[in-house]
Design a protein around this ligand. Structure first.
Ligand code: PMP
Length: 431
């Protein structure tokens, strides 16, 4: 029996929240605007499931948008947080645990020679851009359409039409004067990058991108794209910045850079470093990090940076990952979900394209996997919305937007994947 959603308590909770928060939420995508309807309100999570305030259970493929590689409320992580909490919530003074977490990150991601902890991915990306500009004494930043790096001014910029257009703000409140320092090009279009570098290479401070794009669904980098960017940056003296907020530790122990063999100058990490608690990190070449205050002239600071609870959760998570090496298992689970989606779509005669990197999966209602944001937008988002609700009614929670990824955790077991396959098959037939 499909569920009838949202339940009465979620409806009431949403009504109250609407009076208080814009859209009833504290981050826009939670409001279900991308798929229609009203959100359920979460009471708790356990392993691969979330439970709403009406007592409905959902198999969770959102996983707080990526960080929950071990699923919800993993006992080992929770105990580490409890132990840290008993010793004090925040000091604004250095602790040994921060160094232990930094060393754990560097062990698996050697390009992070030195680093700085902050409190979110947005902050990490903003600080990395400032460092790149400070280090190169250049202002221009190149980003790609459909890549998301948080909501700082320099990165909330979208191109107009045509190649190498200079940004127009994609949010009210971002001065056009700022936006013109951000160039935006289509993902996977190395020729367009070459053209921009040929004209303005010496003005470019950095190229920033998700090495596997996961904020327009999932779009894999084309053969040679990352290597080509590395080459262009080297020739022009620009820095290559990988945003591994999603891919860090998930794509493999060393993130996408470890998997794909391209070494960035700077990397951005986020939520995944905190095992689900607020944190971010940026880091990379030691000579660049020496420019950050108090060693150098690039200012950046934060009261809660490296706070004890996030660090404890992150350290516990990374130690478990190091000890259990779950990536082969996550790859198998990713392949299982991919097969479930592909089989269900085929049986119902629905065209579906799937892009996957291990436990990170994107699916599009289109005939072939998109290579860039324009192609992503050409997929059938209205059909995604129907599919989303058909799955949710059957207790399977995919992202409430056609342009987000599905995340699998070590807690998604065989029985759950089997149940997902059945629900997904029914959902494809229904739509
Ligand atoms: N970069 C990427 C690739 C992201 O996916 C996100 C958010 N999901 C961010 C940066 C911003 O992180 P936060 O929401 O923690 O500010």
């Amino acid at each position: 029996m499909p569920l009838s959603l949202p339940g009465p308590r979620s409806k009431e909770a949403y009504r109250k929240a609407l009076a208080l928060f814009p859209g009833g939420v504290n981050s826009p995508v939670r409001a279900f605007k991308g798929v229609g309807g009203e959100p359920f309100f979460v009471a708790r999570g356990e392993g691969c499931r979330v439970f709403d305030v009406d007592g409905n259970a959902f198999i969770d493929y959102v996983g707080s948008w990526g960080p929950l590689l071990l699923g919800h409320a993993d006992g080992r992580v929770v105990r580490a947080v409890e132990a840290a909490a008993r010793k004090g919530l925040t000091f604004g003074a250095p602790t040994e645990a921060e160094t232990a977490l930094g060393e754990a990150i560097r062990r698996v991601m050697p390009s992070m020679e030195r680093m700085r902890f902050v409190s979110s991915g947005t902050e990490a990306a903003m600080a990395a851009i400032r460092l790149a500009r400070g280090a190169t004494k250049r202002d221009l930043v190149l980003k790609f359409e459909g890549c998301y790096h948080g909501h700082s001014d320099a990165l909330l910029v979208k191109a107009g039409s045509g190649l190498a257009t200079f940004g127009a703000p994609s949010s009210a409140g971002v001065p056009a004067d700022f936006a013109r320092w951000t160039a935006v090009l289509p993902y996977n279009d190395l020729a367009a990058c070459e053209a921009l570098f040929a004209g303005r290479g010496r003005e470019i401070a950095c190229v920033i991108l998700e090495p596997v794009a996961a904020n327009m669904g999932v779009v894999l980098p084309a053969e040679g794209f990352l290597q080509g960017l590395r080459r262009l940056c080297n020739a022009a003296g620009a820095l290559l910045v990988f945003d591994e907020v999603i891919t860090g530790f998930r794509a493999g122990p060393g993130g996408a850079q470890g998997l794909l063999g391209v070494r960035p100058d700077l990397s951005i990490l986020g939520k995944i470093v905190g095992g689900g608690m607020p944190i971010g990190a940026y880091g990379g070449r030691a000579d660049l990090m020496a420019l950050v205050s108090p060693e150098g002239p690039v200012y950046q600071a934060g009261t809660l940076s490296g706070n004890p609870l996030s660090v404890a959760a992150g350290l516990a998570t990374l130690e478990i990952l190091e000890a259990t090496k779950p990536w082969d298992d996550l790859e198998r689970k990713g392949a299982r979900l991919e097969a479930a989606l592909a089989d269900g779509a085929r049986a119902a005669g629905v065209p579906l394209a799937i892009a996957r990197s291990g436990s990170l999966l994107g699916f599009f209602f289109s005939a072939k996997p998109p290579r860039n944001f324009t192609e992503v937008l050409a997929s059938d988002a209205a059909r995604y919305s129907k599919f989303f609700h058909a799955c949710l009614d059957r207790g399977v929670y995919f992202a409430p937007s056609a342009f987000e990824a599905a995340f699998i955790s070590t807690a998604h077991g065989e029985v759950v994947l089997e149940r997902t396959a059945k629900a997904v098959g029914e959902a494809f037939r229904e739509i």
